[in-house]
Write a protein that binds this ligand. Structure first.
Ligand SMILES: Nc1ncnc2c1ncn2[C@@H]1O[C@H](COP(=O)(O)OP(=O)(O)O)[C@@H](O)[C@H]1O
Ligand SMILES: [Mg+2]
Length: 307
């Protein structure tokens, strides 16, 4: 059974169509990412799924339950756990007290377990307001995970975190997947979406521009692998061109050769060697970044802006 089915979901704020006929499905046990710049409609989409906003048209189903049916909101809320984008907790309560509040709201009895799993048991007595940004976010994740929800929504879980706290968060997300949870992640970090997700939907201006398994998106839209040579003379470049390779000589002196497979890469390297060039390139495999550029026509900066 699908964990989530979204059908032609649309949300308008006055004149603005923030979410525009968005459809996707998330299978049970999958990590699904909505990847897009600021203002793309990610939060609006997930908040509709979390029954926090109502759609203008279209529908979405959480384990078969329609988010439009206000009589079953309670049932949906029992199935899901949520880390909101603007997560905050009560500053003058401790870690334990904050997570306890979330557990009580869900009638959950796994408070201690969750705190231990997230490495928060040792700091349970500390005041929330005194925690580092990384620890605060971890408390947010704990509050999302009490009651063992089947589906977990994490809205930009690592935005604003330092690299170490980010990697830690990735570990927790991987662990969630291992435990069989379904995870819906929203992010503007390419690397995060690429590393963690089974499937990704690229969303810009409320519309899904591409959707699919990370690997197949890269295979379909990512383009070829690039071999970056620091220095290669024109004779070598010409020889590779004659063999049918796409060769780009950059003003910096760098030469980029594009190859479509490992055997092509091998061919390039052996041809160079046979001509006396003992050089080894930096190999840049296509990634989601290339997919994004190819599908959207612009890049996505680290701060989530289109450039
Ligand atoms: N409550 C609201 N009222 C009016 N406009 C909104 C509201 N919430 C979001 N928007 C607008 O809808 C668009 C999508 O916002 P949002 O869903 O927060 O995108 P994202 O999470 O991808 O950054 C943005 O242009 C935003 O300004
Ligand atoms: Mg958002």
């Amino acid at each position: 059974m699908e964990a989530i089915v979204v059908e032609e979901l649309t949300k308008k704020y006055g004149e603005l169509t923030a979410v525009d006929r968005v459809s996707f499905k998330v299978s049970e046990g999958e990590v699904f990412s909505l990847l897009g710049p600021n203002g793309a409609g990610k939060t609006t989409t997930v908040e509709i799924l979390e029954c926090l906003r109502t759609p203008t048209s279209g529908d979405a189903f959480i384990k078969g339950l329609s988010v439009r049916d206000s009589s079953i909101v309670r049932r949906i809320k029992k199935i899901i756990g949520v880390l909101p984008q603007e997560f905050n907790a009560v500053g003058n309560l401790t870690v334990y007290e904050n997570v306890e509040l979330a557990a009580a709201a869900k009638q959950a009895s796994d408070l201690k377990q969750v705190l231990e799993d997230l490495g928060l048991w040792e700091v349970r007595g500390r005041m929330f307001s005194k925690l580092s940004g990384g620890l605060k976010r971890r408390v947010g994740i704990a509050m999302a995970l009490v009651g063992s929800p089947e589906i977990v929504f994490l809205d930009e879980p690592t935005t604003g975190l330092d690299p170490e706290a980010r990697r830690e968060t990735w570990l927790y997300i991987r662990r969630l997947k291992k435990q069989g949870s379904t995870v819906v992640l929203t992010t503007h970090y390419m690397e995060e979406a690429e590393k963690l997700s089974d499937r990704v939907a690229i969303i810009v201006k409320g519309r899904i521009a591409a959707e699919g398994e990370v690997k197949s998106l890269i295979a379909r839209h990512g383009g070829k692998t690039k071999l970056l040579f620091e220095e290669l003379d024109s004779r070598a470049a010409e020889m590779l061109r004659e063999r049918g390779f796409e060769v780009e000589q950059r003003p910096s002196g760098r030469v980029v050769v594009r190859v479509g497979s490992d055997s092509e890469m091998f061919e390039v390297l052996t041809a160079l060697r046979s001509m006396g060039y003992h050089v080894y390139p930096e190999i840049k495999q296509a990634g989601l970044e290339d997919v994004f550029l190819s599908v959207i026509g612009s890049k996505l900066s680290n701060t989530g802006e289109l450039t």
